[in-house]
Design a protein around this ligand. Structure first.
Ligand code: NDP
Length: 289
């Protein structure tokens, strides 16, 4: 491991990472397409490269934190990657991670993809809960483990370079469903004389209390039997759905965020699985595309 690295991309996330490395006394070389964004980091002690090629040439460890897959490709176009360890923290898909890995490897680099589970204010803050999924070259990850652990925790999830993005996007997808449910809940109470701040505490507490749902699903997926230990069966839940939809109607709230999931639950009951929980919805999702 060395205390030297190059960082490409100084947006909100890149700048937060750069600041954390500088605070930990790392010797960093930075590059950003819009040069002015590098000035605050120069003041903090970063070397500022004029071109991406110069930045990459400066160190063996090269971290990219750019907007998307396309900006990574265009930034590295024509840049000599021989002998480099490229750690790509830019959010992408599993497929784009695998493609970039193949491309970087063909150009003589070791490739590690990363998926950042944090927002910039959490970076470099002890116990913030920030971490990054990594996958790809285990050797490159091991070689730079200390440097990568400076701004956030590290979780290596395998040598498939698509896995970091897969885990990242899977968790973001779970979050999106949660955001949808919370939005619907606030819509239900919006027109009443209910203090949204007080209500938020109740919503947050309830979501936390229900978070064991993931473990219940996992047990059923592992055993293949979706009926054991079911405390709320699907037939009962589908009746509950009707109450939720009627309440939405009474409160003048569109049911559009709830309906797609409820349709799948109903389908499972109609298919004869009323004694299970919602695990079977996963099978439906996989069979309907
Ligand atoms: P910003 O929009 O703040 O910054 C985007 C960066 O990408 C800038 O440095 C920008 O340069 C650069 N860029 C955009 N297009 C190009 C291009 N064509 N060529 C070269 N550089 C380009 O985004 P963030 O820093 O917030 O995010 C960076 C990555 O981190 C993204 O993939 C994002 O998904 C991921 N991430 C961000 C999180 C967040 O909460 N912010 C959370 C988790 C992951 P310029 O200054 O010239 O525009």
């Amino acid at each position: 491991t060395s205390a030297k690295l190059t960082l490409l991309g100084l947006g909100a996330m890149g700048s937060a990472l750069a600041t954390a490395w500088l605070a930990a006394d790392y010797d960093i070389t930075v590059w950003n397409r819009t040069a002015s964004r590098a000035e605050p980091l120069r003041t903090l002690g970063a070397q500022v490269a004029d071109t991406a090629a110069d930045a990459v040439a400066a160190n063996d460890l090269v971290v990219a934190c750019l907007l998307d897959d396309a900006s990574v490709r265009s930034t590295l176009d024509g840049v000599d990657l021989t002998g480099k360890d490229l750690i790509n923290l830019t959010t992408g898909t599993p497929g784009s991670g695998r493609e970039l890995a193949a491309c970087a490897t063909a150009r003589g680099a070791r490739y590690v993809d990363g998926g950042i589970m944090a927002v910039p204010p959490m970076i470099g803050v002890p116990d913030s809960g920030a971490y990054v999924f990594y996958s790809g070259s285990a050797a490159a990850f091991e070689a730079h483990r200390d440097a990568l652990a400076v701004g956030a925790g590290t979780k290596f999830v395998g040598e498939d370079p698509g896995f970091a993005a897969l885990y990242d996007v899977a968790l973001l997808s779970a979050m999106t469903g949660m955001f949808a449910g919370v939005s619907h809940a606030f819509a239900l109470v919006r027109k009443e004389n209910i203090d949204p701040r007080e209500f938020a505490g109740l919503v947050s507490g309830w979501i936390t209390a229900m978070s064991g749902y993931a473990h219940g699903i996992a047990e059923h997926l592992a055993s293949g039997d979706y009926t054991t230990g079911v405390t709320s069966n699907l037939a009962m839940m589908v009746e509950g759905n009707a109450t939720m939809l009627r309440t939405a109607h009474e409160q003048g709230v569109s049911p559009e965020l709830l309906e797609p999931f409820m349709r799948l639950m109903r389908q499972r009951v109609d298919d004869g699985h009323g004694d299970e929980d919602t695990t079977g919805v996963i099978d439906l999702l996989l069979s309907r595309r």
